[in-house]
Each structure stands twice: as C-alpha cells, then as structure tokens.
Design a protein around this ligand. Structure first.
Ligand SMILES: C[S@@+](CC[C@H](N)C(=O)[O-])C[C@H]1O[C@@H](n2cnc3c(N)ncnc32)[C@H](O)[C@@H]1O
Length: 295
C-alpha cells in the first residue's frame, strides 16, 4: 500500500484549485475569500470557517492550562490519529486530488491515518463532505502553513510522510524556508517529504507577459494567484537546510501537445523525496520511547 502512495505517477500539474498564497497575510485572506466566493458561491463559509478555525486553534494555544505539562500530554494522547502506526499529511490538499486516491487505499489498511490541510476553508469543507471521507482514518483541517504560531492538531515528529504537491510555488519565496523548516519538525526520524512542483523554464513561465513578474522566477497570474518556478538545486538547498536528506531530486520534462488547439508546451516539474535522518544518538529504547511515544 505504501508503494501506492508514491507521487511519481502524478504526471500532470494541478490547476483545478488555484488559490492565493500568503504574499501578505492580510491581503492574502481577502484574496482567498474572493477566490472561494467566486468558485463556490456567496454562501461559502470561507470567512466564518477560517475565523472559527483560527479561534479554535488560538483557544488551545492561549489556554494557560496548556503550559502544564501533564495537561499537554493528556491533550496530545487523544489527538486524531493517535492510535495509528503510519501517518500521512497532505499540505495544501485543495479539492482532494491526492486525498481521495489515498483514502481509497487506506480504508483497507488498518493503522494508517491521513491528515490533510489547506488554508482555504472551502477546500477543507469539500474534502470533508465527500462520501469517502471518514474521520476514523482521516482528519481534514484549516491551516495556514505560513503561520508559525498556529499549532497542528497533532504533536511534532509523528508523521511518516508529508505530501507537498504544487503548494510551495504559491508561497512567497521569503517564506518558503520557514514553511519547510516547520514541516520537517512534523516528520518522525526516517519520515519522508514528497515534493512536486513547477520547474524553471516551464512554458508557463516563459509565456508570462511583462508586468507579471513579482521577483526573480516568481509571477502573478491574471487571476491573482502566484507561482514560483524552482530549480532542483534550490529545492536541495532549502530541504537540506531544514535538516532533510536527499533521496530523489529530479527534473521531469515532458512535451505536452494539444492537437485541437495546435499548442505545444514544454512542461518542467521538479520531483523530490527528502528524508529526515534516523536518530543515531538515542542511547536506549527507553529514552526513544519517551521521545517518540507515538510510534
Ligand atoms: C495549486 S493548488 C494544489 C492542490 C493539491 N495539492 C493538488 O495537487 O491538487 C495549491 C493549494 O495550496 C493551498 N495553499 C496555498 N498556500 C497555502 C498555505 N499558506 N497554507 C495552506 N494551504 C495553502 C491552496 O489553497 C491550494 O488549495
């Protein structure tokens, strides 16, 4: 099953959900709201859902009782997926392009749990309302990966796999390293971060007209969404700086031909796997159990 979770087979880019990034947090929220209202109607619960979820996370963080260690342990022991032995997180899950194929597999794989998050509450609601969503093996939640102060609904160092697919490119380059550093903390030793995103000189980059370039290799589309085009060296540097080790880092180039429109596109994607090193300095299993009680 775990083999089936590889991202190599994802041969195309994902453009169905193009929400904005956190270029400016305040403006980003407005843009996201506009996007989701445009896409899912005026009665979409973007604003309410976002505020509700933010308050919810805040009330946990602000609770002085949580400074008490025992309370904290009690809270963490009962987090969603605490009983699982294999845990996956998809960051920026959008409408569920990866979530649903994964759910199809894990519903028959006891012990596996999927977390998925997006900063757009409309996306999270879509995922949660799908017939294959089941809280016994999945937890979808609203989360802005650029907001370092927001806690995740599970402890650090418990994830076996993180999927980051066409999300990092939407985030402002100044914030990317912080996002990868935070995600690396969520991985358990030996855990893997699977990455796929736009590569440098993809036809989409070359076709941007003057005035769309925000900074080097970072552009704004007509609909206000932003996109960065990576080299594999940039990805290696960023992920290595976060303490992760390269397992795979390749450029996937494909010629896409649309015969009807008579258009050719040279697609360029970067696809990578980076692993959190296994701990070598843990002296005995008792110490390891204290540090990693969640398996
Ligand atoms: C291009 S879509 C990709 C969706 C999905 N990963 C896929 O491959 O189909 C980018 C997604 O990342 C989400 N996103 C962008 N910035 C984010 C952030 N700071 N925190 C959480 N989600 C974010 C967007 O809302 C959007 O759903």
């Amino acid at each position: 099953m775990r083999q089936q979770l590889k991202t190599e087979d994802r041969s195309s880019e994902h453009t169905k959900i193009n929400t904005t990034n956190s270029f400016s947090h305040k403006n980003g929220m407005k843009e996201r709201e506009k996007y989701w209202k445009k896409s899912y109607g005026d009665d979409s619960t973007f604003a309410q859902g976002y505020v509700y979820n933010k308050n919810q996370s805040k009330s946990v963080a602000d609770n002085p009782q949580n400074q008490n260690c025992e309370e904290e342990v009690g809270r963490l022991e009962s987090f969603p997926g605490s009983d699982a032995t294999y845990r996956i997180l998809e960051v920026g899950c959008g409408a569920g392009n990866s979530v649903f194929p994964i759910l199809k597999v894990i519903c028959n794989t006891p012990g596996t749990f999927l977390y998925c998050c997006d900063f757009a509450s409309g996306a999270v609601e879509l995922v949660k309302s799908h017939s294959s969503y089941n809280s016994a093996w999945c937890s979808a939640f609203v989360h802005d990966v650029c907001d370092d102060a927001l806690p995740y609904p599970f402890p650090d160092e418990i994830l076996d796999v993180i999927l980051l697919v066409f999300v990092l490119s939407t985030i402002h380059p100044d914030r990317m390293q912080g996002v990868i550093n935070r995600l690396a903390k969520l991985l358990k030793p030996g855990g893997m971060l699977l990455f796929r995103d736009y590569g440098r000189y993809d036809t989409a980059q070359l076709r941007f007209k003057k005035g769309h370039c925000l900074s080097e290799n970072f552009y704004v589309r007509g609909d206000g969404t932003r996109v960065y085009f990576f080299t594999k060296d940039e990805i290696r540097n960023m992920f290595n700086l976060a303490g992760l080790t390269e397992v795979q880092n390749l450029v996937d180039r494909r010629l896409q031909v649309n015969r009807k429109k008579k258009v050719k596109m040279q697609r360029v994607w970067v696809q990578s796997k980076f692993q959190k090193p296994l701990l070598l300095s843990v002296n005995n299993s008792e110490e390891a159990m204290k540090k990693y009680p969640y398996g």
